[in-house]
Design a protein around this ligand. Structure first.
Ligand SMILES: *Cc1c(COP(=O)(O)O)cnc(C)c1O
Length: 392
């Protein structure tokens, strides 16, 4: 449960999930590995409020992490999951039933869409995608059986920023639950629960872990009542996470703020440079003044991250290959939020249905890591020269 905030956010994060007095003054909470937990008596076993019952239901160690997450997101409490995607599917399944209608942002993380089009649709939930720029206009899409509005802001690949307060207002007017995938902000750059969203979902695999070596997810609830349903859902579905991952995530959280500040500053520098280069049709990064999402991003967010997407000018596959394969510091790899730079091709043709994707150039997502920025620019520059030579 979150405590009253007395200090600035950096200080609060350092002291969250932290209680040296409870363990001989040792700074970090001891990692607990547990399946079986013994009970002192039959009465204790039969007491539904007996605190630690079984590994999957939580331990003092997992509580350190969930309380740190609740504090980060200004929420009530959190559930943990073996991946960001598992946190998303668990959160959705905890609140919807057959016959319900759900509104999902068109720019969601593609595997979220695959879940909605797959298992969720198969169980009889009606899935409808909405334009992420819809704002208060979402009220026109709300039906009698709408059970959930699911946002992701900025969205995947193109970083469409949603007008969360306007959407929440429309949802509240009809008593509809709202959820947001807040992974882009890592819980740090935006506080959706402060703006009325009911549940914030995080892929802790990204900046919270921060070192490309864990898979972990979480969902944070705004209130005891919401948390109760979410926790029940997670328990029924068996959603939980391993201690090793949590230990690394707790460690990652301590440097989250400073790593993200650097990532944001470096990516803006590179995005601004990329904008001026020949061969690039468009740069997607909400901190860029030229980005159509800039105004809303500036209103709601207090920083950005290392994700920058580029749309190459239409060119042959050979030219695209020349660009991608001559980069030395941007290997092809999924995920983001780690220390190193990466590149991931994006194929949005089958991932946008509310507003079709019709751009002709090749779309690439760059994750700007903590290498020297000059080295990254030099690498991009030589690869762009090869691209431009090949396409003309
Ligand atoms: C990566 C990602 C996820 C999924 O997280 P995993 O931990 O990889 O399962 C969810 N949402 C967004 C926006 C992501 O980028």
């Amino acid at each position: 449960m979150s405590k009253k905030k007395q200090h600035g956010e950096d200080t609060n994060i350092l002291h969250s999930g932290y209680d040296p007095d409870s363990y001989h003054g040792i700074v970090n909470p001891p990692v607990v590995r547990a399946s079986t937990i013994l009970y002192p008596s039959l009465a204790a076993y039969e007491d539904p409020n007996h605190k630690y019952r079984y590994g999957r239901y939580g331990t003092p160690f997992t509580d350190s992490f969930t309380s740190a997450l609740a504090e980060l997101e200004n929420g009530h409490d959190a559930i943990i999951a073996p991946s960001g995607l598992a946190a998303i599917t668990t959160a959705i399944l905890s609140f919807v039933k057959s016959g319900d209608h759900v509104l999902i942002a068109d720019s969601v993380y593609p595997p979220t869409r695959f879940f909605c089009d797959g298992p969720l649709s198969r169980m009889g939930v009606e899935v409808e995608y909405y334009d992420p720029h819809i704002g208060g206009g979402i009220s026109k899409l709300i039906r009698k059986n709408t059970a959930l509005i699911y946002m992701e802001s900025p969205g995947s690949a193109t970083y469409d920023v949603q007008d969360v307060p306007a959407i929440v207002k429309a949802a509240k007017a009809r008593k509809i639950l709202t959820m947001i995938d807040n992974s882009w902000s890592s819980g740090l750059l935006y506080k959706p629960l402060d703006h009325g969203v009911d549940i914030s979902v995080l892929s802790c695999t990204k900046y919270i872990g921060g070192h490309s070596d864990i898979m972990l997810g979480a969902a944070v609830a705004n209130s005891p009542a919401t948390f109760k349903i979410l926790q029940k859902g997670a328990r029924e579905l068996g959603t939980f996470a391993g201690s090793e991952e949590i230990a690394l995530a707790l460690r990652g959280m301590k440097t989250l703020s400073i790593r993200m500040k650097e990532a944001g500053a470096r990516s803006l520098k590179i995005a601004s440079w990329l904008e001026k280069q020949k061969g690039i049709k468009r740069v997607y990064h909400p901190a860029l003044k030229s980005d159509p999402n800039h105004k809303l991003w500036k209103r709601d967010f207090n920083g950005s991250n290392g994700l920058v997407s580029i749309l190459l000018e239409p060119a042959s596959k050979k030219a695209v290959r020349a660009f991608v394969e001559s980069l030395k510091l941007f290997p092809i790899g999924s995920s983001w939020g780690g220390y190193e730079s990466l590149l991931q091709p994006q194929y949005l043709k089958n991932c946008r249905t509310a507003k079709l994707w019709s751009e002709e150039g090749f779309l690439i997502r760059l994750q700007i890591g903590l290498e020297n920025t000059e080295d990254l620019i030099a690498d991009l520059s030589q690869a762009l020269a090869k691209f431009n030579k090949e396409r003309t």
